[in-house]
Ligand binder design. Sequence first.
Ligand code: COI
Length: 352
Amino acid sequence: MASPSVFTACESAGNSSEEINWDEIGFGIIPTDSMYLMKCPTEEDTFSDGSLVPYGNLELTPSAGILNYGQGVFEGLKANRTEDGRILLFRPEENGRRMKTGADRMCMPSPSVEQFVNAVKQTVLANKRWVPPLGKGSLYIRPLLMGTGSVLGLTPAPEYTLLVYATPVKTYHKGPLNLVIKDKLYRAISGSGGTGRIKSVVNYSPAYKALKEARAEGFSDILYLDAATGKFIEELSSCNVFLVKGNAISTPTAEGNILPGITRKSIIEIAIDLGYEVMERAISVEELMEADEVFCTGTAVGVNPVLSITYNNTRAEYKAGAEAVSQKLCQTLVGIQTGQVEDARAWTLQIE
Ligand code: COI
């Protein structure tokens, strides 16, 4: 259910986007009009007969693979409104490719990249009145691939469903971040057996307990260290991390447990264009504590500066604000995403 403050009049599905107070939306579910469903029986290994249905609850067998064993991967991407009212998706085929990699790791068939992009486009078109005006947020699209067939033993489900739903949002965090690093607390199991580098649904809720504690201590999120040595930074519960020192920008290499973020990849290319030296490499906590700037990137998060990091009772503070490198990178990225900066690499896809 939508929060009453978001609507000036009615709530829930069937409510009118004209009634939305765009200034009040945050990062939460506002029910929209339609969602997209497409199925695949494993014997066939191909998805077909996708269609839009009214946004609402799903009917699932109690023994569905997703419910019992978390056999599922998800994606997140955004549609933005331009000044003249057009709607742009940002690099949707990258999400389609990443879903395929994740599905493969989780022993699931996946839609083709074309089917994925088509499903996303149809979902946005059917919900276009929910794309906020320029400067008021984005339509966040959540494609979810799940084992919906019945299983009891440990085995891949006999049927899969791609569900795509969407909701209007602002960025995930309410402002710049104050992070904490804790020893012996890891985001995902390291080594080739881990699932940190895919968007498996089971990667996220294990962080809730530690996140709850960190938030109660006044921190915004946790920056995790690698489980193998406990010396190198990996990522936050919800996004990738970068540091700036002089003209050099560094981020942990997207391997092992580190998610190959699409915002991460785009920021690397934008930073190189703007003349920074960009390095993907192992970064120790000591080096992080000495950085000039630290910032995070993700679809939900956008590009968000970090004000401080606390580790072993030491607090490092970083530069943020109008003159910060992160601000320049953020402006260029958002400019491309909203049609205000030239899209030289054809990253955006206009929805007609
Ligand atoms: C995204 O950035 O789209 C994500 O999936 C992060 C999620 C934890 C909100």
